[in-house]
Design a protein around this ligand. Structure first.
Ligand SMILES: O=C(O)c1cc(=O)[nH]c(=O)n1[C@@H]1O[C@H](COP(=O)(O)O)[C@@H](O)[C@H]1O
Length: 231
């Protein structure tokens, strides 16, 4: 099933059973699902089959970062399993991103390919420790432009950077933004956060929401509350 909802719910669970338990409480007409490293490492492709079988479109969030040939192969493998979206780290560089894009094009695979800019958990001092001496916003701009030039469909960034990236890269360039905190939710370990409404107003095209929905007593009620904040 295809949906026009901007919401992508992060299924950050340690087992297939726990993930499917949550998926069964959600509606594929009103959200997509994101499968990340922990769940995929434990369950393997079974989780993708199970979610596709339930009608969900899936963002496989494995943030590939390796030499170009290895990343191209990994992206092809993900796309062959029918995922809606897959991602790489933009800091892997132009040749890595181009190799991944070329592989999808050559195989006529329509999976969206996006690049992570600067993780939403990182602040200026974290970047400094890894040798990046510019503020997060500046590094995000640099990596987003590089990602666009390298043929990515969009980027993962904080919603705080969406407006600037809209101006730099245009509306069609996807801005997939985690660090979303509805008015009813706790910030937790995220640093660069925004509410769903502010994030969409800033130009985000998709909102990644995890714990505010998955740890709510009634996940569909939390999702409906986010939809209401967006209306
Ligand atoms: O690529 C991601 O999805 C991602 C990138 C990023 O910079 N920050 C970030 O939080 N994420 C993911 O977005 C989700 C956020 O979950 P919550 O903080 O529970 O809403 C998690 O699955 C993170 O792995």
């Amino acid at each position: 099933m295809s949906t026009d909802s901007p919401l992508i719910i992060a299924l950050d669970y340690p087992s297939l059973d726990a993930a499917l338990c949550m998926a069964d409480r959600l509606d594929p007409a009103r959200c997509r699902l994101k499968v990340g490293k922990e769940l995929f490492t434990r369950s393997g492709p079974d989780v993708l089959d199970a979610l596709h079988g339930r009608g969900f479109e899936v963002f496989l969030d494995l943030k590939f970062h390796d030499i170009p040939n290895t990343v191209a192969g990994a992206v092809e493998a993900a796309a062959e399993q029918g995922v809606w979206m897959v991602n790489v780290h933009a800091s892997g560089g132009r040749r890595m991103m181009e190799a991944a894009r070329d592989r999808l094009e050559r195989q006529a695979l329509s999976t969206r390919l996006i690049a992570v800019t600067v993780l939403t958990s990182m602040m200026v001092e974290d970047l400094a420790e890894v040798g990046v001496s510019v503020p997060p916003a500046e590094q995000v701009e640099r990596l987003a432009l590089l990602a666009q030039e390298s043929g990515m469909h969009g980027v993962v960034c904080s919603a705080q950077e969406s407006a600037r990236l809209n101006a730099l890269c245009g509306d069609d360039f996807l801005k997939v933004t985690p660090g979303i905190r509805p008015s009813f939710a706790q910030v937790g370990d995220q640093k660069r956060v925004m509410t769903p409404r502010d994030a969409m107003a800033a130009g985000s095209t998709h909102l990644v929401v995890g714990r505010p929905v998955t740890q709510a007593p009634e996940p569909m009620e939390a999702l409906a509350a986010i939809e209401a904040e967006l209306a």
